[in-house]
Write a protein that binds this ligand. Structure first.
Ligand SMILES: *Cc1c(COP(=O)(O)O)cnc(C)c1O
Length: 374
């Protein structure tokens, strides 16, 4: 018997997630020097890790032989105090991908459906497919969420709606009032998962006070991550905020030690490093201005972004875009092609520090000059 062949068809249909190319891979493939390669492909923090978190990681290493605190008591207490929610409304995860999965696994199975936007974060369709549910991708409006069309797309079997705000890879942002009105219109037996991975990069005026909404909506789950502005992508910590009953369900199905002790310590320290998050925000703002000015000068189109990345549009066919991508690689610059997002002419570029942005803009100029060299 061929075991592969009898696996669920919906599992075999999954196209695995394509991560950004690691620096080590480019070094191996093209024989480049590690120090001349810059990675602007995974929306990582170009300032690195918060110094306080780094110190906490070193301290935590000495306890590596012990199991972590499976309840994450201290990190939850710190988050509870910072965010004004009770600890039983918090679910910790191995990255926010973990909590996204926990929330969706409770409610999705064969015979149910989930709604998300065209061009939304690629993990959503994967989570839906992994449990045999049906994904409903709603056509985007100006590359962003068309909230009215998403409401219309909800059917009686829709159990989950995903919204990334800002969205990755488009950087689009839903207005907070529109978002609140949307949640008010969603049936109470459908869960709204609001993914705020890039919330720290928003100006005060753009931020939604979504935590206040939790009081009124049992069907709201908000997710956050330590991977971006806190600079901890590698240690994998994220969290969800929800009604205590929903958090309770999520905690039942998570792995008992889903966040490791190094991650717990690092996240708690990073949370206290307010200065580092502020620096990350400022660095991203000036970097975004530099990037946009450079792109304007080159006459390259882009989707205006509220995140720590920007998706640029290359004129011509998908092959031309891939040529630009390859030329950038040869020049030691890793960005992210968006063909698997249905954006074959776009490349997503993470905002780096000044020298990185400069290097990228120069490399892009060269790439656009080169006639078909591949
Ligand atoms: C980067 C990102 C995340 C964070 O994922 P982690 O698992 O926390 O590293 C979540 N949602 C979106 C939309 C992202 O782009």
């Amino acid at each position: 018997m061929n075991l592969f062949a009898v696996s669920p068809e919906y599992i075999r249909a999954i196209q695995p997630y394509q991560p950004g190319k690691p620096i080590s891979e480019l070094v191996r493939d093209l024989g480049l020097n590690k120090d001349e390669v810059i990675k602007l492909a995974s929306n990582e923090n170009p300032l690195g890790t918060s110094p306080l978190a780094r110190e906490a990681i070193i301290q935590a290493v000495s306890e590596s032989s012990r199991y972590p605190d499976g309840s994450g008591f201290e990190l939850k207490a710190a988050l509870s105090e910072r965010l004004g929610v009770s600890a039983d409304q918090i679910v910790l995860g191995n990255g926010s991908n973990d909590v996204l999965e926990l929330a969706s696994r409770i409610f999705l199975r064969t015979g149910t459906s989930a709604v998300y936007s065209q061009y939304a974060f690629a993990i959503y369709p994967l989570l839906v497919q992994a449990v045999g549910a049906k994904g409903i991708a709603v056509p985007a409006k100006n590359y962003g969420h068309d909230l009215e069309a998403m409401l219309d797309a909800i059917t009686t079997d829709t159990r989950v709606i995903f919204i990334a705000n800002p969205n990755n890879p488009t950087g689009t942002l839903c207005d907070a009032r529109d978002l609140l009105r949307f949640i008010e219109c969603v049936p109470p037996d459908t869960l709204v998962i609001l993914d705020q991975a890039y919330d720290e990069y928003l100006s005060k005026a753009d931020k939604a006070n979504s935590i206040a909404w939790l009081k009124n909506f049992q069907n709201l789950v908000i997710t956050h991550t330590f991977s971006k502005a806190y600079g901890l992508a590698s240690v994998r910590v994220g969290f969800a905020l929800a009604h205590a009953d929903i958090a309770n369900l999520m905690n039942r199905i998570r792995q008992p030690f889903n966040v490791n002790s190094i991650g717990l310590a690092a996240a708690q320290a990073a949370l206290n490093d307010v200065e580092f998050v502020k620096l990350s925000y400022m660095s991203n703002r000036t970097g975004m201005q530099q990037m946009v000015a450079g792109l304007d000068q080159l006459g390259v189109g882009y989707i205006p972004s509220h995140g720590n990345f920007i998706s640029i549009q290359i004129e011509g066919q998908q092959a031309d875009t891939l040529d630009v991508y390859k030329s950038l690689l040869h020049q030691g610059v890793i960005v992210r092609p968006l063909g698997n997002y249905g954006l074959p002419n776009h490349l997503r570029v993470t905002i780096g520090i000044e020298e990185e942005n400069k290097k990228f803009l120069y490399a892009l100029e060269q790439a656009l000059k080169e006639p078909e060299s591949h």
